[in-house]
Ligand binder design. Sequence first.
Ligand SMILES: Cc1cc2nc3c(=O)[nH]c(=O)nc-3n(C[C@H](O)[C@H](O)[C@H](O)COP(=O)(O)OP(=O)(O)OC[C@H]3O[C@@H](n4cnc5c(N)ncnc54)[C@H](O)[C@@H]3O)c2cc1C
Length: 252
Amino acid sequence: MCGRRARRRNGRAAEKRKAGSVTMDLHDKEILPGEILPVVVIGNGPSGICLSYLLSGYAPYLSPGAWHPNPLLHAKLREQPQRSLLDQDLEYLCEGLEGRSSNPVAVLFDSLLLPDSDFGLEHSSPLEWRYEPERAVPHLVLGKGPPGGAWHAMEGSMLTLSLANWMELPGLKLKDWMRDKRRNVRNDRATPAEIASYYEHYVSQMGLEQNFACGTTVTAVTRQPGGRDGAPPCWRVTGLQRREGEALGVTL
Ligand SMILES: Cc1cc2nc3c(=O)[nH]c(=O)nc-3n(C[C@H](O)[C@H](O)[C@H](O)COP(=O)(O)OP(=O)(O)OC[C@H]3O[C@@H](n4cnc5c(N)ncnc54)[C@H](O)[C@@H]3O)c2cc1C
C-alpha cells in the first residue's frame, strides 16, 4: 500500500502527509506506509466474505469417507484425497458440471458446498475446511456498510426467495447458527435481516474482522507504474471512511 494519504473532514479537503507515519487513518488498521497489500477486495457482501475466508488460510479437502452424489465428480475427488482442492486442476474438476452460474468454478463450489441443492435435496458437503496459516495472503476487504453487503439494504422482514441454506458460507451451518440464536427457519426460508446478521457473525466467528474495513467507500482505483527503485506496479485505491459521524478520505 502506498504511504501517501489525503484526509478530508466535514467536506473540507485538508491534504496531510506524514513521511514517517506508521499507521494510516483506516480505523483499527495498521498499514505501513509504502507497504503493498497483495489483495484489496472492494465490496463486503457474501462474495467478499467468502474470498476473505479463503485468503485467510482456510483450505478445502475431501473429508475422509465423504461421498458426492455426482459419480463422476466423486471419482475425480477420490483421485487425490490428500491434496487440497486449491492445489488441484479445477478445470478438470469442473468438466461436465451444470448449475446456475456461467462461471464453472462457481458451479463447482456450489456443488461441493451444497450438493444437489438445486433439486431441494440436502446432501452434506463432502468438504472439510482446514486452517493452514502458511496459505494466508494479506488482504483488506472494503465495504460501505457492515459485512453482508446487499443483505443489509433489503427489507428485513420478508422471506428469502431461495432456500436459506443457499446463502450459507463454508464452515458455519446457517441452520446451526439459527438454532443457537433460537430462531426458526420458516419453510426453509429466512429473512434478509437474519442472513445479514449471520454474515456479520460469520466474520467475527471465523476471525476475519482484522481484514475488514467497514464504512469505507472506494471512489477511485488507479494504476501506479513501478518505481525506479524496482518497486512493482500496483493499484492505488482511494476512498472515504465514515467513522462516528465524520467522513475521512483515505488513499491506500
Ligand atoms: C431484494 C433482493 C432479494 C434477493 N434475494 C435473494 C435470494 O433469495 N437468494 C439469493 O441467492 N440471492 C438473493 N439476492 C441476491 C443476493 O443479495 C446477491 O446475490 C448477493 O448479495 C451478492 O453478493 P456479493 O457479495 O457479490 O455482492 P453484494 O451483496 O451486492 O455486496 C457488495 C457490497 O459492496 C458494496 N460496494 C459497492 N461499491 C462499493 C464501493 N465503491 N466501495 C465500497 N463498497 C462498495 C455495496 O454497498 C455492497 O454492500 C437478492 C437480492 C435482492 C436485491
